[in-house]
Design a protein around this ligand. Structure first.
Ligand SMILES: [Zn+2]
Length: 443
């Protein structure tokens, strides 16, 4: 059995692991590299395998850094099948179509077209529930377990050649309102583990909610706006859920909340289909017809025209817009208007990768470049980390110890996180390796 780290090796994006076992070839994820331009160049590099020979793609979840290169894979000859959970299939549809739209806008540099994406979506032929075995031929089987990361996310338990391999995909945080806590992995021979927050300990979620409330109250007192750059999937719905609760409990005043992201709006429509998969408190809320995705303060600004009508001078608005790391999308307009205003705030509620505008602002830049113009940063910058959809170091360590593997490969992290988690796991007696990009190991 041979495992090649085709992506997310030494970086947090581009998840893709290629496994050859017997006569079969399969991938776990086929994601896009995001962040620095030289990292994004990797999206154009040849795959370290022949896409025509790949039989299966096991897709852990619907984030672009896990599925964004599937249309390219199909374009280069992949004729196998994609296996994922039922919600992931729905999410993949909107994420890939949106990615194709952005690609097409970039013209010459497009990785694929909308047409390629539709062909790729035809390969999504096997949908499973958590715990359900998917036979992959030659006695190999896989199943997904709840990763607690976003709606539909699963970590992969793969059984091949008498060995159990576990691929964490992205592993979730605990105590989240709209996803269950991550399930524990089975005993595994090999563990491929994400490390996004391998060097961090998250603050409790209640503290994060309180910090968000403080940011809103302070900003409104100064007559500013609160800009929340948000990932379209999960984080946006979670922020809406928290805002709805704060408002119902009269902890924030009546205000205008805009969801200014077509992608996040489509994602929210998908979440509405799966409310029965939420943890019990959220399920109960929906049963009582209290709908955090549809309440009187909330406006969806689907069209560009509606987006432009969002007033920015008078303050008192909460604007949630993508992209989550400020690398594009409507949030750029809101940042351009609000960053120079000391009365406004930008509240970061998600991971900001090195090389992104979000990270630059978070790291304290006094001015930034947005759509060709230099914008001074005078707004107050807030960082709320406890809402993260990723496990922190204690959760990752606890989880890895449950799998009790003979070998751990740490992926999907920046260098400091990989080093810290590696040392911690080694301290618990585990054999840890941090693979290089395109490295192959025999198992
Ligand atoms: Zn993810």
């Amino acid at each position: 059995m041979r495992l090649t780290f085709a992506g997310a090796a030494g970086t947090v994006t581009g998840s893709c692991f290629h496994l050859e076992v017997g006569g079969r070839q399969l991938l776990v994820d086929c994601g896009m590299f995001q962040g620095f331009p030289d990292l994004e160049e990797r999206n154009f590099e040849p795959f370290p395998f022949n896409p025509r020979e790949v039989d299966w793609v096991l897709l852990t979840h619907g984030h672009l850094d896990h599925l964004g290169l599937i249309p390219r894979l199909v374009r280069e000859g992949f004729r196998g099948r994609v296996v994922c959970t039922v919600p992931t299939r729905d999410i993949a549809h909107i994420m890939l179509m949106d990615a194709a739209r952005i690609q097409e806008e970039e013209g010459e540099d497009a990785l694929y077209t909308g047409e390629d994406t539709l062909t790729a979506l035809d390969r999504f032929q096997v949908q499973v529930e958590y715990g359900e075995k998917a036979p992959l031929g030659d006695g190999i089987w896989a199943r997904f377990h709840d990763a607690g990361h976003i709606l539909g996310a699963g970590f992969v338990e793969l059984n091949a050649d008498g060995k159990t391999l576990v691929f964490s995909g992205d592993l979730g945080n605990r105590g989240k309102p709209l996803v269950e806590d991550p399930s524990y992995p089975p005993k595994a021979h090999v563990l491929v583990l994400e490390s996004t927050y391998g060097d961090r300990v998250h603050r409790p979620i209640e503290e994060s909610v309180e910090l968000l409330r403080q940011a809103i109250l302070d900003t409104f007192a100064a007559r500013g706006n609160v800009i929340i750059p948000s990932f379209a999937l999960e984080r946006t719905q979670e922020v809406l859920f928290i805002l709805f609760k704060l408002w119902r409990e009269r902890k924030i005043p009546k205000c205008r909340i805009y969801l200014d992201s077509p992608l996040a709006t489509h994602a929210t429509r998908i979440f509405e289909r799966y409310t029965d998969r939420f943890p019990e408190p959220a399920r109960r809320m929906f049963r009582k017809k209290r709908d955090p995705f549809d309440f009187e303060l909330l406006q969806y600004t689907l069209t560009k025209r509606a987006s432009k009508r969002i007033p920015s001078d008078e303050g008192g608005a909460i604007i949630i817009a993508g992209s989550g790391m400020c690398t594009g999308g409507r949030v750029l307009h809101h940042l351009r208007k609000n960053l120079p205003r000391p009365e406004s705030s930008v509240v970061f509620v998600g991971f900001q990768a090195v090389g992104t505008l979000g990270r630059e602002i978070l790291d304290g830049a006094s001015k930034v470049q947005i759509m060709g113009s230099i914008v001074p940063v005078r707004a107050r910058i807030w960082r709320i980390e406890g809402l993260s959809a990723h496990a922190d170091q204690p959760i990752l360590v606890d989880w890895a110890l449950h799998a009790d593997p003979e070998q751990v490969f740490l992926v999907h992290g920046e260098e400091s996180a990989l080093t810290a988690l590696s040392q911690r796991l080694a301290g618990h007696g585990l054999a840890v390796h941090v693979p290089a990009w395109h490295e192959t190991v025999e198992l």
